[in-house]
Design a protein around this ligand. Structure first.
Ligand SMILES: Nc1ncnc2c1ncn2[C@@H]1O[C@H](COP(=O)(O)OP(=O)(O)OP(=O)(O)O)[C@@H](O)[C@H]1O
Length: 598
């Protein structure tokens, strides 16, 4: 590697989110004002012992109801206590109370929402049931009842309130994670060998943190308001000044000194308004960035039936199972709402030898992707391998646990998906996404991973690897994104690459370049490739052998030239006849070294 990257610091830096969000927030006048006001309130409240002119509890009856003066800037209350001092100390208690509520709500709601949304299953069902139950409880009644049981301590009530607001965080996070977990880039991260914990902390948490921050601001306002309401009703002990307790005291003297209501009322009203404005400004700032589109997918279930050996198996060496990938008698089934199962893949046999490119062709819905996902261990939750055997390098995968798959993904199995853009996380730079599996799966240091990622970008013929490394997905073209995904797929030196329509989204020239790249990688690395496609031109161009699928079954398999020139299955003939133009399949494309890449 000659040109070592001067960009190791960029390699794993999360996107602009933290810095950029603050910047965008500050450019919004309302957001900036609200943030500045809240900063002043927080600082002044927590510096109360330094700033307060007097003891907030020091009563002096002779000074009762004193007007504002040099000694008491905001006057005194009915007991002659300094209002400014009580406001400052009261702010501290009020904000700490809100902090306790938020801490409890976040600690209970966010991890539970992350886990329930990402893994589903019994935990999701139980957690959702608990959240519904808590949300059905009337908060004020629960708080008043808690006061009767626990006693007049506001802290305990703030903890109870924390439990009551936790479902808001739970439902928010769970809802987002349920959609994010089906993102293609999350699948891509799994296929690259990352653990669930790593995927959740890196790819999922970043999506939920914006909405969570907004909800924090709103819930803080609610907590402050509820706490003040409780204090106003006299639920607190009255020992410590809080804004709510000040309102309560002021209300008792409303006829004598109505202005006493003004100060705690202003503090509460302005703080709550600032929190709401800040939440709105944060939402606007986050929406500036755009968030990814959603889909939905997860994984599989019970044990399959054993494979039945069949005479018409078609391995790379006839009669034998191929050394790299050998599928026998594979069936994939989906649960239906009426409790039965629908089989979408039936008794599929498929082999890929090392260094061999096998095409899996068929019209849309014929079961190509389901076959590929079964091999990758990526079937959705409702789908399962109903029977059969999948051997990868001689290892049976039909019973494999997620942990076993994790050990194979990246190093043995790799996947190049159809839509390059949806498979890159828009929140991270290309470099960050390429280096992550290298660090996690291969244990490289940040610098080594960056060096290797740059070499990979060069290997997939990206002319300006440094720029692409530092770019976000939206800053590169579709062809480049596909090259980046291929670079990611081969980054941990896999033996088998499953490419699902890798060129469909690309224009013809870039398509040809990508096919040539796959061919070169096969030649140089002895990579076995299973190419899922509906394009017979691509098959003719690239594949050594081809398997033709129709309605979930393989109807014909053989050398590409033989299948394309003398097809035996009527369906293959129909497919060939359906090719619109009568021109012969394109000859392998030869790149022009002088021309720029996609
Ligand atoms: N999540 C799912 N639940 C139920 N059935 C599904 C699901 N996903 C796919 N199928 C069914 O499986 C069958 C095969 O789909 P598959 O995606 O493998 O087709 P394909 O050949 O890859 O098509 P395409 O080229 O359009 O992607 C289809 O009949 C489809 O309706």
């Amino acid at each position: 590697m000659t040109d070592a990257p001067a960009l190791t610091t960029a390699a794993d830096t999360p996107p602009t989110a933290a810095r950029g969000l603050a910047g965008r927030l500050m450019r919004n006048p309302l957001g900036a004002t609200a943030a500045a006001f809240l900063a002043v309130v927080v600082l002044a409240s927590f510096a109360a012992p330094l700033l307060a002119p007097g003891d907030p509890a020091a009563a002096s009856l002779k000074d009762a109801f004193a007007d504002p003066s040099g000694a008491h800037w905001l006057g005194t209350d009915s007991a002659g206590r300094d209002i400014l001092s009580r406001l400052l100390y009261g702010g501290r208690e009020t904000l700490l109370g809100a902090l306790v509520t938020l801490g409890i709500g976040l600690a209970l709601g966010v991890p539970a929402g992350l886990w329930a949304g990402y893994r589903g299953g019994w935990f999701d069902a139980v957690a959702d049931w608990c959240a519904n139950l808590v949300m059905a409880l009337p908060a004020m009644i629960v708080l008043l009842a808690s006061r009767a049981v626990i006693g007049p301590t506001v802290w305990a009530l703030m903890i109870v309130l924390g439990v009551l607001v936790a479902p808001a965080f739970f439902r928010l996070v769970r809802g987002i994670v349920t959609t994010v977990r089906g993102e293609l880039y999350v699948d891509a991260a799994r296929v690259s060998g990352l653990s669930d914990t790593r995927i959740v902390t890196r790819h999922v948490l970043i999506v939920v943190r914006g909405p969570v921050v907004i909800t924090v601001a709103l819930v803080a306002g609610i907590a402050i308001g509820l706490q003040a309401g409780l204090e106003f009703l006299g639920v607190g002990s009255g020992d410590t000044p809080t804004w709510g307790a000040m309102l309560n005291e002021a209300f008792k003297s409303i006829e004598r000194a109505p202005m006493l209501l003004l100060w705690p009322g202003l503090a509460l009203g302005l703080t709550n308004a600032a929190l709401v404005l800040l939440a709105a400004a944060m939402r606007d700032a986050l929406e500036d960035r755009g968030t990814p589109a959603r889909a939905a997918r997860t994984r599989r279930a019970p044990a399959p039936e054993p494979a039945r050996e069949r005479k018409d198996a078609s391995p790379a060496v006839p009669g034998q199972r191929a050394a790299l990938l050998s599928v026998r008698d594979l069936a994939v089934a989906y649960a239906t709402p009426d409790g039965t199962e629908r089989r979408v893949v039936h008794r599929v046999d498929l082999d890929v030898a090392p260094g061999e490119i096998v095409g899996l062709v068929g019209e849309s819905g014929s079961g190509k992707t389901q076959t590929a996902f079964a091999v990758l261990g990526l079937l959705p939750a409702a789908g399962r391998i109903a029977r059969g055997s999948i051997l990868v390098e001689g290892r049976e995968l039909t019973h494999a646990a997620e942990r076993d798959y994790r050990a194979l993904r990246g190093k043995t199995l790799a996947y190049v998906p159809q839509e390059p853009m949806s498979n890159l996380d828009p929140a991270f730079t290309v470099g960050s996404q390429l280096t992550e599996p290298l660090r996690v799966v291969l244990g490289l240091s940040r610098k080594e991973a960056a060096t290797r990622a740059l070499a990979l970008l060069r290997e997939v013929e990206i002319r300006d690897p440094k720029r692409v490394f530092d770019s976000y997905p939206h800053e590169i073209s579709g062809g480049m994104a596909q090259r980046v995904l291929i670079a990611g797929a081969i980054s941990c030196d896999p033996k088998l690459l499953i490419a699902d329509e890798p060129t469909t989204a690309l224009d013809v020239r870039v398509q040809a370049e990508i096919l040539d790249l796959l061919r070169r990688l096969r030649d140089e690395r002895r990579l076995g490739v299973l190419l899922v496609t509906h394009n017979l031109g691509v098959v003719a161009d690239l594949c050594d052998r081809v398997a033709v699928m129709q309605t979930g079954r393989i109807v014909e398999v053989g050398d590409t030239a033989r299948v394309l020139h003398t097809p035996t299955a009527p369906y293959t003939r129909k497919l060939l006849n359906a090719v619109l133009d009568d021109v012969p399949a394109r000859a392998p494309w030869r790149p022009d070294p002088a021309r720029s890449t996609a």
